[in-house]
Structure formats: structure tokens, C-alpha cells
Write a protein that binds this ligand. Structure first.
Ligand code: SF4
Length: 699
């Protein structure tokens, strides 16, 4: 099927939100809002389905909340300004701050929803136009643990190294910390084959709508999914279920793994996780008996101080059963943000260059510097990771200015009051956004930018498939693309003419050259091929290469072709519950909202359906706190408090409290979250912290 096509007034494109990148058609209507009609279309990821977010996505195009003129803060108030005034001001202040405090006085924060072209140009802008090492992005908060675990196991990270349509043939699918029934409902179609055979297993502390549909729901205590994987591994070996031929031929490191796993007999793991030893053994047997099986992980496994190790433990389970690199079976990560995969490949990460190259690698620096026409020695070293960067803003050795593209960190970053305080300490905060998000509302300069239907650009969905999002309508007057913004700033910062093109296809052509020969090789992907309807999974090293839907069939990306077992140990959450904070708070999503909610809260149908946060607890937990359903309560942690109405859910574990994170102000779930970081991925522990529940006003 065509990935993109234009047919008269109809433009075939993809949804602006999550990593499924559902196919949709846009038809420009008369001048009556909404000026674009959305219809689902056949595409392998969604097979004609859309969720509520996709169906209503056009209403943000002509929303009254839309920004259509630059804003500049004067006398404490944001006032309209011309583009020249806004860009002149930003360039002048950046130059002054760097002259006074050094190159790293200016930082960039990007987003996993930005197109490949924007992600690429942002990384180049930071390293070439600004010469700063201080760039990272919000994907650090949601995909980096699986990326790091994938690289150490397989030598390369592509979230799903197989087409998601392969899932239809599975007998068994084990979903760990994933709730697609709310995050990406059309994805459930791909699970139906396994579900029809009684083979859908969900591992989640909450009985989510996805868990409701599962044949088996295992509910470990928050922060113990790693131990659960070790229990399943122990049972696999102890019950004689290990795929010994696969382990001998295709892997390395099993003996080291077993030295750790030998201590995790299922009865011991039952005491840690609350999941019975019998259930652990049953899962090991199901994995061994399945002809075709998949293990899929998502944010629930990743967003921990031990997120990389947790994903590694589940990859170890998949390897023990011989799944990765075998046609019809495998391990995959369900990436979340729209360009969660592409956004982590092109250089907006602190330690990375385009093509998924490493900034610390001299050969990678040489290659990319050649494409950029600069000296490799001029490229900065890796800088701070996302939370560390935000935490350092305005500190004596930290950045003095921050440019934010496609991210709303005041709501989405952990310990969000600290983040808001640091933003307030800056000499200059600039945001490029579609609406006045909570972060934009704090900015000194706000730049109004185009949306998906108003510009061309490529995205790479969760199965590594490169897609073309096509322009369907002109943007409102006064709005420019992020690429235009970067080009305009680069000019004002004295960059040679043409070094920062504003045309998406031109940027993509350069991206292809920069990625050539790297792990994520886009050299053979062209707009022409995408326009012609080709579906190209990277790597695509040549213009006539068909792409690589299935990876690792002949060997993994480590030099010896073998996957690595990684020996990991359970340590538990960084902040266990205690007498003062006896509950475990966890955060997540609801069907109607996307990420920080900056976009979906501006869509009336979605905001009406779910206008605010809620606090989800077991009825007994509410009763112990003196609360009834519907009463307003506060969840407190050592960092802050979030206040919202109570929802009593009998299937909740009595020791857990859940708050969705899409909402602003005092309903920000991230007021309470713990910013402790995974030592490898630097991802914060969003999924668990110690907390207590009290009636609102009882503090
Ligand atoms: Fe599809 Fe995700 Fe968009 Fe929903 S939000 S329509 S699941 S791409």
C-alpha cells in the first residue's frame, strides 16, 4: 500500500500523534472549520483504524488556541512581534550570552514528535551554528532505556526489528508494561491472532484496558518487573525449557547470566513481585511451547532507575526461548512518540550524530563533519542528558539560555516544579510551538510553528518504516516551519548561506548523506521513492535497496553475529515505600490525551471527554485515607503533591496509586515523580515513587 499519495484535493498522510503513525487521508474542505476532514485509510500499521486522537486531529489546525504570531516578553507580558524582531532578538541574546559565558551557555531541547528533518537540523544547528554540547530531547524520557538495552543485546537498536504485521501469526505475545488499548488502539488488531489462540499475556501492575483483554494478566508490584523476568528465566532453565541449540549457535553470555539467575527461583521472586511461582513457571512453559512468540516491552519496563536492566532481563527471556532473529518470532519495543524511532537516530540526542552514530566516535565525527563542511575537531563533546540539562539551567555552571522545540517540559519532565523553577532562572527561554503550552507561557520569546498537515516531512514509525507526511494545506499567515526558524537563526548567527536549508526534501537529502554507512542508514530512501508509495524499513543503503523489514535473521549486529545475554540483578525502586509514604505512585496515559496534553487538551472533543486528571486507587486504599470515589484528594511524595478527584478501581493493587500525566497546574503528575536516573540511559524513574494519599486540604 502507498505510504503517501495525493489524489486531487485528498492527501494521503499519517496521524500527527503516536508512533503507530496510522494512515489517514485529509481532504481540504471549504472555509468552514475544521477546514480539513480526516478519514482513516488502509495502511499496515492501522489497517483502516484510527483512535479518537487521530479522528479529531484536524481540529487543532484551525483551533482558537493556535499561535499565529511571534510573541516577545516585555515588562513581564508576552506581546505580539514581527518575525524579524523575534529572530533578531533571539540571535542577539544568544550571541551575547555565549560571548559572556561560553558556547555551552546556550542549550537546545528537542522532541520525539519532530520529523526526521527537524531532528537532524536541530542537532546540526546545536553543534555547528551554536557550537554547544548542550542538546538533548524528550525521547530521553521515554525510549532511551529500550534503545540502550537493544544495542547491548543485539548491537543495534531498531524498536521493532520486524514488520508489525508479522505479529498476526503469533501463538503467544507477552506485552510488558504496555497499554496499547489506550495509547494506540489500532495496534490491538495485530494482537488478535495470539488472543484468538488464548496467547495474550500482559505484565502490568494495573489492570489496564489492555490487561482486561489478556488471557493472562500478571500484576507485579511496581518496579519489580525485572525480578519477574529473572523468575521466568529461572523456571525456563530449571524446567528444561531452554532453547539450547539457539543459545549455543546464536548467543553469548549465558553462563554469566545463569550465575545471577540461579538465585531467582520462582518462590523467591513471588515474594518480591507478588506474582505466583506457578504463574512464572506457566509463562516459561507457554513460551517454550509456542511455535511463534514475541516479547514486547514499553514504558512500563523502561521508566525506572533500572530501566535498561529491566528491558535487558526481558530480552534475556526472549533469547532463552530462541525468539529474536527468527522469522515469525522476536523481541520488540513499542515506541511511543510519533517519531520516537526516527527522533533517536538523527542527532538531537546529547551523545549522538546522524545515522545513529556516536558523537564520541572519531570516525563518526569525521564522516558527519565532512557532510556538514566543518572541521571534526570543532564538533563539541557529548553534553548533559535531558533531566540533567534541565536541572542545571541557570545554575552557576549551567546554560543561561534554552531553545525548546516540540516539547512541554513543565508538564512532562520529572519533579516538574524544580524544572519550572530552573526555567524561571534562565536569562532567555525560547519556545517553538503550535499552542501556548505551559512551557511556552514561561518563555521570553514564543515562535509559532507549522503542524503536520501544513508541511512535508518524514517520520520513522515503531517498526523502523520511513514514512512521508505530506503537506495538505497552507499554514495560517504568520506561522513558519521549525526548519525556517533554524534557517533564520543560522543566518543571523553568521552561518554561510545554504548551510541550513529550510526545505524539508533538501534537508532530507543531506540527512541521507550524513546517515550513509551508519547503523540507521537512510542513504537509499528518497522522497521520490516514498511518494511512489514504497514502504522502506531502514537500513536502506542504496537507492535500489528494497529496505530491511526483518533484521537479524542471518546474525545480530555484534561483530561475531551473536546476541548477548546480559546478566542483571534486581535492586528495586530507588525510593521504596516506608511508614511515612506507604504507597507506590505510578504514572501513565489515558486514551484521549497525548504526552503532556498540550495538543489534545486544545481539542474540544478530547478535552470534554477527559477534562482533568484523576487519582486511581483500590476502594480499600481510598477508605483507609477517609476518601470516597469522586472526592478530591492529594497524592504526596517527597518532591510535591498532585491534587485530583479519586476514582476507585477494585482491580488496583491496594499498595499502588495511579495518576495520568497529561494535565497542568496542580494536577501535574510529575510534581511527585522521582528524577533519579538510570545510570546508562539517563531515563528518569517515572513509573514508581513512594507516596501517600490524603484528602485535599489535609496537608
Ligand atoms: Fe493512530 Fe496513534 Fe494517531 Fe491514534 S494517536 S490515530 S493510534 S497514530
Amino acid at each position: 500500500p502507498a505510504t503517501s499519495d495525493t489524489n486531487g484535493a485528498r492527501t494521503d498522510t499519517h496521524c500527527p500523534y503516536c508512533a503507530l503513525q496510522c494512515g489517514m487521508s485529509l481532504t481540504a474542505t471549504a472555509d468552514v472549520a475544521p477546514t480539513v476532514e480526516v478519514a482513516p485509510r488502509e495502511f499496515p500499521a492501522n489497517r483502516g483504524g484510527l483512535c479518537q486522537k487521530g479522528w479529531t486531529s484536524a481540529s487543532l489546525l484551525d483551533s482558537p488556541a493556535r499561535l499565529t504570531t511571534p510573541l516577545v516578553r516585555t515588562g513581564g507580558e508576552l506581546r505580539p512581534a514581527s518575525w524579524d524582531e523575534a529572530l533578531d532578538l533571539v540571535a542577539a541574546r544568544l550571541t551575547e550570552l555565549q560571548a559572556e559565558h561560553g558556547r555551552d551557555a546556550v542549550a537546545i531541547f528537542g522532541g520525539g514528535g519532530l520529523t526526521n528533518e527537524k531532528s537532524y537540523l536541530l542537532g546540526k544547528f546545536a553543534r555547528v551554528a551554536l557550537g554547544t554540547s548542550q542538546i538533548d530531547y524528550n525521547g530521553r524520557f521515554c525510549m532511551s532505556s529500550a534503545a540502550a538495552a537493544g544495542i547491548r543485546a543485539f548491537g543495534l537498536d531498531r524498536g521493532m526489528p520486524f514488520p508489525m504485521t508479522d505479529l498476526a501469526g503469533a501463538d503467544l505475545i507477552v506485552l510488558v508494561g504496555s497499554n496499547p488499548a489506550e495509547t494506540m488502539p489500532p495496534f490491538l488488531q495485530h494482537l488478535q491472532g495470539a488472543a484468538a489462540k488464548g496467547g495474550l499475556v500482559v505484565v502490568d501492575p494495573r489492570r489496564t484496558p489492555t490487561a482486561e483483554q489478556a488471557d493472562v494478566h500478571l500484576a507485579p508490584a511496581p518496579g519489580t518487573d525485572l525480578a519477574l523476568a529473572l523468575g521466568v528465566l529461572h523456571a525456563t532453565v530449571a524446567e528444561g525449557l531452554l532453547d539450547e541449540a539457539y543459545v549455543a549457535e546464536r548467543t553469548a553470555g549465558f553462563d554469566d547470566l545463569w550465575r545471577t539467575v540461579a538465585r531467582y527461583w520462582p518462590e523467591h521472586v513471588e515474594r518480591i513481585t507478588g506474582v505466583s511461582a506457578a504463574d512464572q513457571r506457566a509463562l516459561a512453559h507457554r513460551l517454550a511451547a509456542a511455535r511463534n512468540a514475541y516479547v514486547l516491552t514499553a514504558r512500563g519496563a523502561e521508566q525506572h532507575a533500572t530501566g535498561v536492566d529491566t528491558v535487558s532481563a526481558w530480552i534475556d527471556v526472549a533469547l532463552a526461548h530462541g525468539l529474536p532473529g527468527r522469522r515469525g518470532s522476536g523481541y520488540g519495543c513499542l515506541t511511543g512518540q510519533g517519531n520516537g524511532q526516527g527522533g533517536r537516530e538523527h542527532g538531537q540526542k546529547a551523545d549522538q550524530l546522524p545515522g545513529y552514530r556516536t558523537l564520541a566516535d572519531p570516525a563518526a565525527r569525521e564522516h558527519v563533519a565532512r557532510v556538514w563542511g566543518v572541521d571534526a575537531d570543532s564538533l563539541p563533546a557529548p553534553g548533559r542528558s535531558a533531566y540533567e540539562l534541565l536541572d542545571a539551567l541557570g545554575e552557576p555552571d549551567g546554560p543561561r539560555a534554552l531553545l525548546v522545540f516540540g516539547s512541554n517540559v513543565v508538564v512532562s519532565a520529572p519533579r516538574s516544579q524544580r524544572v519550572a523553577d530552573r526555567l524561571g532562572a534562565l536569562d532567555l527561554l525560547v519556545t517553538a510551538d503550535v499552542v501556548l503550552s505551559e512551557t511556552a507561557a514561561m518563555a521570553d520569546v514564543v515562535l509559532p510553528v507549522t503542524q503536520w498537515a501544513e508541511e512535508d516531512g518524514t517520520m520513522t514509525n515503531l517498526e523502523g518504516r520511513v514514512l512521508l507526511r505530506r503537506k495538505a494545506i497552507d499554514p495560517p499567515d504568520g506561522v513558519r516551519s521549525d526548519l525556517d526558524v533554524l534557517a533564520g537563526l543560522a543566518d543571523r548567527l553568521g552561518q554561510p548561506s545554504g548551510r541550513f536549508p529550510a526545505d524539508a526534501e533538501e534537508v532530507f537529502t543531506e540527512l541521507r548523506a550524513a546517515s550513509a554507512g551508519g547503523p540507521a542508514d537512510y542513504a537509499g530512501v528518497t522522497y521520490e521513492r516514498l511518494r511512489a508509495g514504497e514502504a522502506l524499513h531502514w537500513p536502506v543503503p542504496e537507492a535500489d535497496h528494497p529496505g530491511t523489514p526483518r533484521m537479524f535473521l542471518d546474525g545480530f549486529a555484534h561483530p561475531d553475529g551473536r546476541a548477548r545475554f546480559v546478566a542483571v540483578d534486581h535492586t528495586g525502586p530507588a525510593e521504596p515505600p516506608d511508614a511515612e509514604y506507604p504507597l507506590q505512585a505510578t504514572t501513565g496515559r489515558v486514551l484521549q490525551h497525548y504526552q503532556s496534553g498540550a495538543q489534545t487538551r486544545a481539542v474540544p472533543e478530547l478535552a470534554d471527554a477527559v477534562p482533568e486528571a484523576h487519582i486511581e486507587v483500590h476502594p480499600d486504599t481510598a477508605a483507609r485515607a477517609g476518601l470516597d470515589a469522586g472526592e478530591v484528594a492529594t497524592v504526596e511524595s517527597r518532591r510535591g503533591a498532585v491534587t485530583a478527584p479519586v476514582r476507585c478501581v477494585p482491580s488496583m493493587r491496594p499498595d499502588v496509586v495511579f495518576v495520568p500525566f497529561h494535565f497542568p497546574g496542580g494536577q501535574r503528575a510529575n510534581l511527585i515523580t522521582n528524577p533519579v536516573l538510570d545510570p546508562t540511559s539517563r531515563m528518569p524513574e517515572f513509573k514508581v515513587c513512594a507516596a501517600r494519599l490524603v484528602p485535599a486540604g489535609a496537608r
